[in-house]
Design a binder for this molecule. Structure first.
Ligand SMILES: [Zn+2]
Length: 303
């Protein structure tokens, strides 16, 4: 099924870009990805991924356009070698784009809480965009039992095949960043405690965001998961692979980013939480983040 993403189809035709597909050996699952090789003499590459959560579709429409523009603009910032995964959760994206009502975990919780049938819950709560893949798994929480989920397995193998990847950028939208916070952004930086991500890159991102009139979010990152207790300071939360929860279990055991870093196939993993806001603001924010964090980090680490 062809989905028309203008920037994506343009990137396909750029001479530095190869289209690839990775198949799961048993399952029918697969992921498609672009290998953008602007500097063929260099072996390394960074990673950028959208559609981790299919209910956060906004950046997946914007990012291909921004990358395509940078690829075609001689005066623009250097595009580092990179893998680009447009649909990190392809089965969830297919369900979302079919417009077919999806039986997701949220709906199940509502049904149990109020004793509703599926149809009653749908009638009452309406259509919800799927957050998970076809197996009901949240890709970002499926890495503890990766063997149970073909799409988690595929993501891991793609990174391992191309690794170690110095920096992986995962693009999300946080629906809580609305209203007066609609211009705020925050970023998780996952890493090993003994190998901290350089402060100078963080400062460059903070300065650029402020200069463009955007807010750096401060406060608790996710009110629905207070047990994580992550406080964002000036748009950044650093998390480390050795962090433990109150039961003394690894705090981020199931998270995609933690697993990439913990397994040594990615040096730093970034979760970029953009607000849910108008297209123009989101586009500008994406450009500032690409030009002042993603590409400078990539070109610097790949030297
Ligand atoms: Zn998300």
């Amino acid at each position: 099924m062809a989905r028309a993403i203008e920037g994506l189809s343009k990137i396909h035709h750029h001479p530095s870009v190869t289209r690839n597909i990775l198949m799961h050996p048993q399952d029918k699952a697969h992921i498609r990805y672009l290998d953008i090789k602007t500097r063929p003499q260099m072996p390394g590459k960074i990673l950028a991924a959208t559609n981790i959560h299919p209910d956060e579709p906004f950046l997946s429409a914007i990012l291909p356009r921004v990358i395509n523009e940078r690829l075609n603009d001689q005066n623009s910032h250097d595009v580092p070698n990179m893998l680009f995964i447009h649909e990190s959760t392809p089965s969830g994206v297919a369900i979302r784009d079919s417009g077919y009502p999806f039986f997701n975990e949220d709906l199940k919780v509502l049904m149990e809480a109020y004793g509703l049938s599926h149809d009653e819950a749908m009638a009452q709560y309406g259509y919800q965009l799927p957050r998970t893949n076809i197996n009901g798994h949240d890709l970002n929480r499926s890495f503890l039992n990766m063997g149970d989920d073909p799409e988690a397995w595929l993501h891991h193998h793609l990174v391992a095949q191309n690794g170690p990847i110095p920096a992986g950028f995962y693009f999300h939208n946080d629906e809580e960043l609305v209203g007066p916070k609609g211009k705020a952004i925050y970023i998780y930086i996952h890493g090993n405690r003994q190998d901290p991500f350089p402060e100078e890159f963080i400062e460059r991102y903070r300065v650029a965001m402020r200069k463009n009139g955007f807010l750096l979010f401060n406060g608790l990152d996710d009110k629905s998961e207070p047990e994580l207790g992550n406080r964002v300071e000036e748009g950044v939360v650093r998390t480390f692979t050795d962090e433990k929860d109150e039961k003394n279990e690894p705090k981020y055991a199931s998270s995609l980013e933690n697993n990439m870093v913990d397994k040594g196939i990615m040096r730093w993993a970034f979760t970029l939480e953009f607000p849910v806001t108008d297209k123009t603001t989101l586009r500008k924010m994406t450009e500032v983040v690409i030009d002042n964090l993603v590409f400078p980090v990539g070109t610097s680490l790949l030297q």
